[in-house]
Design a protein around this ligand. Structure first.
Ligand code: MLT
Ligand code: MN
Ligand code: ZN
Length: 309
């Protein structure tokens, strides 16, 4: 199974257009030890020819330009794409707006939670993924589903499961309990290769590693996990946004309640942070925080990183 990180950044990317934080200034200036990052997406393929995207970021066009394996091949028809399916884990801007890049009467399948597909259906702009060509399939929870494009089985299954999280920022209802969020608003995915049974987890947004999630990922060979924040309060401390990680639906890496501590007990063979926010000190390759994460066995995801499982 081939996996490629198309975008390792969180919403806004790195640098973010309007952000003048120390990290964004450094990466903009080309300082050593800082790599730019596009917004959150992975690509996966069993045969190296037919691919599924896991989330479709607003940077998709740029990501495709940097991924020859995702471009039409010379022997293909005049209109063609190796992208046969897109699975979305929530309705966030950084995860769904890339669908708008996939217009032009090309057949593929969109998979997502019922609530997220409902939101796409209500927004007519997503009809650029013309219903005559693009099937939309609801993912049942906790039930592996074969991933398929219009004419091809990808040789992969996806199991979607709810994780602690939050409704998409742009769908928040300030007056409703839990901002109007409900189960299915934030999914984790387990992708398995049908032929070999090999599998990995993709969990780009997660507020807490509860007992259910811990049991699910224990002993996994590979997990891509929410690396938004190092510290619960870093956005506030840096004067960027008056919100904690908990309020944003993202767990912190550090501390007793953080992901590094939680994973220390889970015996996961390979763990890679993705969806890394521009405020996170691990983006500085020379930082103490970067060393601490790596010493705990974590890799810091980068755009273009490829894993063969
Ligand atoms: C998030 O991950 O919390 C969202 O992408 C935030 C946003 O929509 O900007
Ligand atoms: Mn996001
Ligand atoms: Zn910044």
């Amino acid at each position: 199974m081939h996996i490629k990180i198309l975008g390792s950044g969180a919403g806004g990317g790195f640098p973010q257009w309007n952000c003048n934080c120390a990290n964004c200034r450094a990466v903009r200036a080309g300082a050593p030890g800082f790599k730019p990052r596009t917004q959150s997406s992975l690509a996966v393929s069993a045969n190296g020819r037919d691919w599924a995207l896991l989330n479709a970021s607003p940077d998709l066009r740029q990501q495709l330009t940097q991924s020859p394996q995702l471009a039409p091949r010379e022997s293909d028809a005049v209109r063609a794409s190796p992208i046969k399916a897109v699975v979305v884990t929530n309705g966030d801007v950084d995860h769904v707006t890339g669908l708008l890049t996939l217009r032009e009467a090309q057949a593929f399948t969109i998979y997502g939670a019922g609530r997220v597909l409902g939101v796409l259906a209500q927004n007519r702009i997503f009809n650029v993924c013309a219903p005559a060509y693009v099937a939309r399939r609801e993912l049942p929870l906790n039930t592996p589903q074969p991933l398929a494009g219009a004419e091809v089985d990808l040789g992969l299954t996806v199991e979607a499961f709810p994780v602690p999280g939050k409704i998409a920022l742009w769908l928040e209802d300030a007056l409703a309990e839990n901002y109007g969020g409900a189960e299915g608003d934030t999914l984790g995915l387990k992708i398995a290769e049908t032929g070999t049974g090999k599998s990995f987890f993709y969990i780009p947004g997660c507020a807490k590693i509860d007992d259910d999630l811990a049991a699910r990922i224990r002993g996994a060979s590979l997990v891509f996990f929410d690396g938004t924040l190092w510290h619960e309060n870093e956005m506030i401390d840096q004067g960027l946004l008056g919100k904690t990680g908990a309020r944003m639906g993202h767990i912190n890496m550090s501390g007793e309640d953080g992901s590094i501590a939680a994973f220390a007990k889970l015996d996961v063979a390979r763990k890679i942070f993705v969806h890394i926010n521009n405020s996170n000190p691990v983006l500085n390759e020379a930082s103490i925080e970067r060393r601490e994460a790596q010493a705990a066995g974590w890799e810091i995801g980068e755009d273009g990183m490829e894993v063969v499982l």
